[in-house]
Ligand binder design. Structure first.
Ligand code: NAI
Length: 468
């Protein structure tokens, strides 16, 4: 039986990064990764195959089409007869995915990580090691890392199938739906709703909560909602879905909004109401791996499960279901196994929603900070007063800085606007070092760049913005 120091179950951002880092640290490593739903051996998990990467490819393609229709004329460029070849767009997306998933296979080879394709299932404990069935081959490993990710949460009234799809189905419609329903105004609903609206669908988003993006800063959520409504996305908040019925031609959804019952028929329905942990096929029960009441693998601060030598990281342990959080856990755990001080700073995780305008934040919102009893000062600066944003032709949105009123420490930074997914990085770096709004304000930012808005927002927190 082949023996490894570390066996990783799951080849998504948590698992593949843990495998590479462990191999870098001198461990003999293997990774077993389930086939994708369409039966492919394709490393990278949800993120690379049916999540972050393909959705961004479609967001970029659809945004180019939207700009061509609505924005180019302002720049003096007119184009006639623009059309969408959806097949080509989808195959470009598939090409981006293949390139990146192939890249992980290359990195595994380079780092001498042995790769198995299929389910990994606990078989038995053997001394201080574990025997695991890695896709039909029994292997032995001293350390086993469970990084099996998550699956889309289904609405009990509307199981996935037919016209009711989750993220992977919503990335592969063969034609643009005329009427598209989206249940859940979260990250997936907003991103994929945006893609299909730009390509011509009439999109209606049904959200259970009474307000929009309630995890984001109020001012950011308000501005984003205004922009999305202007683009034609239709939102209904505080709805209660009571019936979903499929027919050959589509799917009808009955919901209650302000005590009124409404039924709407869509060609397709995306259900994006969160994700649930995935422990399918792992044999968790047979070895007594402890899960919490929601099915997440229970871990301590060192990612140790209740079983000696068995660890878990990524979506399957809960917390922020983000690829970058999962990757950091992979690195930290591999370093801990090597006797180093692996660490993840959960207080400074960047959040990004890749709509147009984009939304990004790190740290606490003003409301959260106040609820914690902190005294805060804030500074806000609009992209409409920034030369580069005007040059781009995109003056929407702003940056808002929240700092401690007494110490000036940065507590949170919130952005809505063009390219803010890239602008959030500097804020995260400064917050990681415990920096202040003055640190941000005194850092030289290249001119003309969008990043000057971040600097000006920090200056505004001290009531000394220069260009407003
Ligand atoms: P989400 O948690 O972002 O949003 C789900 C939304 O559905 C919430 O607003 C919730 O109130 C609503 N909801 C729940 N039950 C409902 C019901 N019965 N009727 C109507 N609305 C209901 O989840 P989402 O969008 O499915 O994304 C799943 C995960 O994937 C998230 O944890 C997210 O962080 C991650 N993700 C991250 C991305 C990014 O970082 N850009 C992109 C896509 C996904």
């Amino acid at each position: 039986m082949e023996t490894f120091d570390v066996l990783v179950i799951g080849g998504g951002p948590a698992g593949y990064v843990a495998a590479i880092r462990a191999a870098q640290l001198g461990f003999r490593v293997a990774c077993v990764d389930a086939f994708t739903r369409d039966g492919k051996a394709s490393l990278g998990g949800t993120c690379l195959n049916v999540g972050c990467i393909p959705s961004k490819a479609m967001l970029d393609s659809s945004e180019k089409y939207e700009m061509l229709q609505h924005d180019f004329a302002d720049h003096g460029i007119t184009v006639q007869g623009a059309s969408v070849d959806l097949g080509k767009m989808l195959s470009r997306k598939a090409g981006v995915v293949d390139k990146l998933t192939g890249g992980i296979a290359y990195l595994f080879k380079k780092n001498k990580v042995t790769s198995f394709h299929g389910y990994g299932q606990f078989v038995r404990q053997d001394g201080d090691a574990w025997v695991v069935d890695a896709a039909g081959t029994e292997v032995k490993a001293k350390h086993v890392i469970v990084a099996t990710g998550s699956n889309p949460r289904a609405l009990p009234l509307a199981p996935f199938g037919g016209h009711v799809v989750e993220n992977s189905g919503a990335l592969a419609f063969e034609q643009v739906p005329t009427k598209l329903g989206v249940i859940g105004a979260g990250v997936i609903g907003l991103e994929l709703g945006s893609v299909w609206r730009r390509l011509g669908a009439q999109v209606t988003v049904l959200e259970a909560l009474p307000g929009f993006l309630m995890a984001a800063d109020d001012a950011v959520a308000k501005e984003a909602l205004k922009q999305f409504q202007k683009q034609g996305l239709e939102f209904h908040f505080g709805v209660n879905i009571s019936k979903v019925e499929q027919s050959d031609g589509g799917v009808s959804v009955t919901y209650t909004e302000k005590e009124q019952e409404v039924t709407v028929t869509f060609d397709k329905l995306i259900v994006s109401i969160g994700r649930v942990p995935n422990t399918d096929g792992l044999g968790a029960d047979s070895v007594g791996l402890a899960l919490d009441e929601r099915g997440f693998v229970k871990v301590d601060s060192h990612y140790r499960t209740n079983l000696p030598g068995v660890y878990a990281i990524g979506d399957v342990i809960g917390g922020a279901m983000l690829a970058h959080k999962a990757e950091e856990e992979g690195v930290a755990l591999a370093e801990m196994l090597a006797g180093q001080a692996g660490h993840v700073n959960y207080d400074v995780i960047p959040w990004v929603i890749y709509t147009s305008p984009e939304i990004a934040w790190a740290g606490l919102t003003e409301k959260q900070a106040k609820a914690q009893g902190l005294q805060v000062k804030t500074g806000q600066f609009p992209f409409s007063a920034n030369g580069r944003a005007l040059g781009h032709g995109d003056p929407r949105g702003f940056v808002k800085v929240v700092a401690d009123a007494q110490t000036d420490r940065l507590i949170g930074v919130h952005m809505v606007g063009g390219n803010v997914s890239e602008l959030i990085a500097e804020v995260v770096a400064i917050m990681e070092f415990g920096g202040s709004s003055e640190d941000l304000a005194r850092t030289i930012h290249a001119h003309p760049t969008l990043s000057e808005v971040v600097k000006e927002a920090a200056l505004a927190a001290d009531k000394r913005a220069l260009h407003m």
